[in-house]
Every structure is written in structure tokens, then in C-alpha cells.
Design a protein around this ligand. Structure first.
Ligand SMILES: [Cu+2]
Length: 179
């Protein structure tokens, strides 16, 4: 499985597409403090060695950083998804990475995704109600700093999602999937 950025590169398409400024990522205080790719690589390897849990599995699903690309499609900043909206093609995989020091979730709004689409949320919950119940109990679905979450979109349409702990701060995002 590859992320959409990698697929676009293989097709010879621009990977930024005007949606995403690499300069914007580099200006983020929380990602600018260390060599980003090396840092994530070490963290990733440690997680695999330690538990081999869900975080490691989702990290493997993403594309690896190549030629200075960040290796993920949507960064999770202190209180925002960046970019807040991405447009991909059917069959593409979107990779989120928590590029901040705070815990976040990727939690779909059940009534703001296509009717035929399967529900998605970090933590693997199969409904928005389940995801919302899990957060206050045990921070269910939490992605910690450096964690990744990925999802492959096979149904075209518009998908809106939220970070549960920062919903009041307006931490929402959109994936537009085109045919
Ligand atoms: Cu958040």
C-alpha cells in the first residue's frame, strides 16, 4: 500500500499540487527542532521492537520519506490538521502523522461521509458513537507524537473528520476523494 503522494510521484504528477507547502511544515515549531525524518525513523523502529501494536502497523502502511518529502499527507499540529483539506483519487491512501507533542485523533463525522463508505476512526471504532465513548474513558483512538494513521478511500465523495479532544478548538479536516 502506498500513500497518495507516492502514487502521484510515480505517475509523474506534482505531489504538492498547491495544497501543501513544505515550507509551512518546516516552520512548525514542533517539527523544526530535530532532523525530522531521522527522528521519526528512530521512533518508529523503537515502537516496532517494543510492541508491534497498532501504531507500528499503521506506520508501515504509509510511504517512506523520499527525497525530502515528509512521508505523510496530513500533519497533526498542536490544534489543527495541515493541510485541513486534501484531494485524492479513488484507491489512494491518506497518511496522517501526529507532528505535534499533544495527543490527537482522526475521527470521521458519521453523517458527513458518503452513505456507502465504511466508517473510520483512529483506534478502529466502527461508529462515531463508539469513538466518542472511548475517548473520555481511556483516550481511545489517541495518536501520540510521531504516530501515524492511514486510511484507503475506495468510495468517491467528501469525508469530514475531527480530532475529538480539540473539536472545540476547530480541529477538523476534510478528505475529498475524486473518481
Ligand atoms: Cu487534536
Amino acid at each position: 500500500m502506498t500513500c497518495w503522494r507516492e502514487r502521484r510521484r510515480r505517475r509523474g504528477l506534482p505531489v504538492n499540487g498547491g495544497l501543501f507547502s513544505l515550507g509551512g511544515v518546516d516552520r512548525d515549531i514542533e517539527t523544526a527542532q530535530a532532523p525530522r525524518h531521522g527522528m521519526h525513523r528512530r521512533r518508529f523502529l523503537r515502537r516496532v521492537g517494543a510492541a508491534g501494536g497498532a501504531a507500528a502497523t499503521t506506520a508501515l502502511a504509509g510511504c517512506s520519506a523520499v527525497g525530502g518529502e515528509p512521508g505523510y499527507d496530513v500533519g497533526m499540529m498542536a490544534s489543527a490538521f495541515r493541510p485541513a483539506e486534501v484531494t485524492v483519487a479513488v484507491g489512494d491512501t491518506v497518511v496522517w502523522e501526529n507532528t505535534s507533542a499533544r495527543g490527537h485523533t482522526v475521527t470521521a463525522y458519521e453523517n458527513a461521509i458518503p452513505d456507502e463508505a465504511e466508517y473510520f476512526a483512529s483506534g478502529g471504532y466502527d461508529s462515531e458513537v463508539a469513538a466518542r465513548e472511548a475517548w473520555p474513558e481511556d483516550f481511545g483512538g489517541r495518536l501520540e507524537s510521531g504516530d501515524r494513521y492511514s486510511r484507503t478511500f475506495s468510495i468517491p465523495g467528501r469525508y469530514e473528520y475531527v480530532c475529538l479532544p480539540h473539536e472545540n478548538g476547530g480541529m477538523v479536516g476534510t478528505v475529498v476523494v475524486e473518481e
